[in-house]
Design a protein around this ligand. Structure first.
Ligand code: ATP
Length: 226
């Protein structure tokens, strides 16, 4: 079975998130995608404006009916209030897999381009294969340059449509694969959604109706929205 982790702040979850999950599932024939809202994202400590409970509820709505997607509490708030690190979440997930299962981690281009700043990034990149979706405004051509010290990349032939494939080599020669989905082009971000809600401009292009209704019903992101 091919299992993937897709973590995010999801503040709120939008069409860009769903498009990335859908494309990753189709392209890599993923069987299960664990969509995990993160409690406290170490690199985004101030950006989260809805509670974890609200982000979880909205994530359930955004991914309802999305094939292979399951909402996961793997990155839920920890009792010790410590930061959630992707390398730890992947290790937990890896322990739950059966022999023969393959593990992937899904990210958008903007997140991947910061990977060198992530906790134990060199080790992280050789924990499992990575699937990275292109995002408007972020150049996937810089993916190799974004790798941390200790990880090198070699281009491989990819049989997958619109997908660049790099073989990563890390400490002790450990190898993983980096799949770059070059054809994703979703102009949606949570920042844009929050701004649209504050400015009372339309969010139909950005949000599913169910998520928008939840935001309105719970008066999230702006007190004036009715
Ligand atoms: P914000 O605008 O607050 O920074 P965001 O829209 O990037 O938020 P996150 O919850 O931080 O949303 O993103 C979770 C993951 O989804 C990240 O890996 C991010 O790169 C990816 N992602 C988000 N939006 C897109 C998009 N439009 N296209 C591709 N990847 C995306």
């Amino acid at each position: 079975m091919r299992v993937a982790l897709f973590g995010g702040t999801f503040d709120p979850p939008h069409r860009g998130h769903v498009a990335l999950v859908r494309l990753a599932r189709e392209r890599l024939s993923l069987d299960r995608i664990l969509v995990a809202p993160v409690a406290a994202q170490p690199l985004k400590q101030d950006a989260s404006s809805a509670s974890f409970a609200d982000r979880l509820a909205m994530t359930r709505l955004a991914f309802a009916g999305e094939r292979a997607a399951e909402i996961s509490l793997l990155d839920a708030p920890r009792s010790d209030k410590a930061s959630n690190y992707t390398i730890d979440t992947l290790a937990t997930l890896q322990r739950q897999l059966s022999p023969g299962d393959a593990l992937y981690c899904i990210l958008g281009a903007d997140s991947f381009l910061t990977i060198a700043k992530w906790h134990r990034s060199a080790e992280l990149l050789t924990t499992c294969d990575f699937i990275v979706g292109a995002r408007p405004g972020f150049d996937l051509g810089c993916a190799e340059a974004a790798l941390p010290d200790g990880v090198s990349a070699k281009p491989l032939h990819s049989a997958l449509h619109n997908t660049q494939l790099l073989e990563l080599t890390g400490e002790r020669g450990k190898k993983t694969r980096l799949y770059l989905l070059t054809d994703l082009a979703e102009h949606a971000s949570a920042t844009q959604v929050r701004a649209a809600l504050r400015g009372e401009t339309g969010t139909e292009r950005l949000l599913s109706p169910a998520v928008e209704q939840y935001i309105r019903a719970h008066h999230l992101y702006t007190a004036s929205i009715e």
